[in-house]
Design a protein around this ligand. Structure first.
Ligand code: SF4
Length: 326
């Protein structure tokens, strides 16, 4: 058996200090090996003299497809996965961009600076467009549900901007319409709603409305004050926005609204992700956190090597949590 297996083509190795994460890109499973384990495993696969394999390990790696018989053509695995995802492509998420206006001028704003460009015309979504979109989405979902293989994890509506709470009245009206459609069975009960906000316009009315309708509020916060304020500044100036964002988060917490921190990874915070993560939980008191590596935009250029570094750092944060939880 030893001679006849190899690592899958979908396996990637990520090293850090004495540990290697062995990651399967199709199943997204990961296993860890120290230097000794890895040498033993490699020797076993190449049948170096004087080494012995731990069969339990080999069997596990075979079962999880980290190892495959040497002559395996893995294109079939890829095709199977593609077919299972793409068989009946359906729309299961609706994004509503409530406005292209924003009261911040983040230095890395990924919408190519349009929100910060004074020449760009400000457009707020109308109530009619928002409501028509939701009704049309209800129709798409109903059609999608006719496919027996259609099984979205959770269909959803995402309110987005600019800063969507600039158009708060349309947000309120749209959510009321969603509730009506749910109550009349035209939208599924498990349809989730969330809103991506910079947090600065959150008040008690907004927070209790979101809590009442179980809407997840994803607030952008990039770490401690110095990190956050390095990029997230008010429009028309260079002052940081940290204090106002924290105020918004506290109002949400007091109202019992489902809150998630959305942290953009940049050069200013990438080296401290584990500490920032712990601070989000203990200092900011928010249990849900999402990290987004920064992308290139017209006005903010990202080095390729930074992208690789950011992704690896993020992977290790996730894998360390995974290992702690085991
Ligand atoms: S809060 Fe969002 S939309 Fe507004 S400037 Fe910052 S990144 Fe752009």
């Amino acid at each position: 058996m030893k001679k006849s297996v190899r690592f899958s083509d979908f396996v990637h190795f990520f090293e850090r200090n004495d540990t290697t994460a062995i990651f399967h890109a199709l199943s997204r499973e990961v296993v860890f090996a120290n230097k000794e384990n890895l040498t033993e495993l490699n020797n076993c696969l190449s049948q170096a003299p004087g080494t012995d394999a731990n069969n339990e390990t080999i069997n596990y790696l075979l079962q999880e497809k980290f190892l495959v018989p040497v002559n395996t053509d893995e294109t079939d695995s890829l095709k199977l996965m593609q077919e299972s995802i793409l068989q009946h492509p359906c729309i299961d998420t609706l994004y509503l961009l409530l406005t292209n206006n924003c009261n911040f001028a983040c230095k890395y704003c990924f919408f190519e600076g349009s929100y910060n460009n004074p020449k760009e015309k400000t457009i707020n979504m109308t109530k009619k467009l928002a409501i028509d979109s939701v009704r049309q989405f209800a129709g798409f979902l109903k059609k999608a549900c006719e496919y027996t293989d259609f099984n979205p994890y959770e269909p959803g509506i995402v309110f987005y901007g600019g800063e969507p709470f600039i158009n708060a009245d349309i947000f309120f009206a749209t959510v009321e319409e969603v509730v009506t459609l749910k109550n009349s069975g035209l939208l599924p009960q498990n349809l989730a709603m969330n809103i991506n906000t910079n947090g600065s316009l959150i008040n008690h009315e907004i927070a209790s409305f979101c809590a009442k309708h179980n809407i997840e509020v994803d607030v952008s916060l990039d770490g401690y004050q110095s990190m956050h304020d390095a990029c997230r500044v008010w429009k028309g100036g260079n002052n940081g926005t940290f204090a106002e964002v924290m105020k918004g988060i506290n109002i949400l917490r007091e109202a019992g609204a489902k809150t998630c921190i959305s942290c953009t990874i940049s050069e200013t915070n990438v080296e401290e992700l584990p500490d920032i993560f712990n601070w989000f939980l203990d200092g900011a008191g928010v249990g849900n956190v999402g990290f987004n590596p920064l992308l290139n935009s017209h006005q903010y250029k990202i080095d390729d090597s930074f992208c690789v570094h950011a992704k690896e750092t993020l992977n290790w944060l996730i894998w360390d949590l995974y290992r702690q939880a085991k």
